[in-house]
Design a protein. Structure first.
Length: 280
């Protein structure tokens, strides 16, 4: 093990000591409440011992840590946290829904959608409705409930461009890594369905492996008979810090920005636009 690896592994000790101090607990008190020994707590803090997952959860329970801070402890010890799934539509998240609505509204005339960890669409703005009605049509759009399925459904052609193949490959690679890390069966089903799409190249894994992963990439859509390029930008919403990628609810806003600054998307906006996920 290298010095760098040792430093990473020992991150748990300082974090445990920090939280013990926050709650004013001595090593003796923490050990007693966690059915452990003072010596073991000391070894955990100075990096001489590595905690089990169950031990970390027990310590977090004793110190009354919430999901976010328990996740920090797990990550510091090299464990992938399993956060409890929460309902975005629950009453206690009324403030979050209001904040997301204001954020999406502010992004008009650029198409934007709020989605969950699976790409499930939760909320959209007027520009998103107008844009996708232009590119997919109202009836087809109404049947779309997943961002990834919608993105894969655009430009169904027998001769997909390299740009599209690369984009789809990058999306699949990101999803594949998520499935392997989490073991999430529902996510695995979504991935399996997307892989079957006819524009997905057979070498998508190799393509993605040779491309630089990025939060935004270019996609292309046909509008009024002309092909236009867009930056597809995804932004995480929620917790700050290293637990942001697993904190619940895991939300992200996906926005399309035209590469061509001369393309005026505002002309498609009107008061008659309607969609079940449009909140204003």
């Amino acid at each position: 093990m290298t010095d760098k690896d040792t430093n990473i592994a020992s991150g748990f000790g300082p974090l445990l000591k920090f939280w013990r101090g926050v709650h004013g607990l001595s090593q003796e008190t923490l050990a007693l409440c966690a059915d452990s020994s003072t010596r073991h707590i000391s070894c955990l803090e100075n990096g001489k011992s590595h905690p089990s997952r169950s031990m970390i959860l027990k310590l977090a329970e004793v110190m009354k840590l919430g999901d976010r801070d328990s996740c920090y402890l797990l990550l510091a010890a090299g464990y992938l946290p399993t956060a409890n799934t929460v309902d975005f539509h629950a009453a206690e998240y009324k403030w979050l829904r209001k904040a997301m609505m204001l954020s999406l509204k502010a992004m008009d005339p650029y198409p934007a959608a709020l989605m969950d960890r699976y790409g499930g669409l939760l909320m959209v703005n007027k520009a998103w409705v107008a844009f996708n009605q232009q590119t997919l049509g109202p009836e087809r759009l109404a049947s779309m409930g997943n961002h990834f399925e919608l993105l894969f459904s655009h430009q169904q052609s027998s001769d997909a461009s390299d740009l599209r193949k690369n984009t789809l490959s990058l999306i699949l690679m990101a999803m594949q890594q998520e499935v392997l890390l989490s073991g999430d069966e529902y996510f695995e089903k979504i991935l399996a369905n997307l892989i079957k799409h006819k524009d997905v190249p057979k070498d998508w894994k190799q393509r993605a492996a040779n491309l630089e992963p990025q939060a935004s990439f270019r996609v292309q859509f046909e509008i009024e008979g002309k092909l236009h390029h867009f930056f597809n930008v995804s932004q995480m919403v929620g917790a700050l810090g290293p637990t942001s990628f697993i904190s619940e609810p895991r939300l992200s806003i996906n926005t399309l920005y035209p590469v061509d600054s001369e393309l005026d998307l505002s002309k498609y906006l009107n008061e008659s636009l309607a969609h079940p996920l449009l909140p204003y």
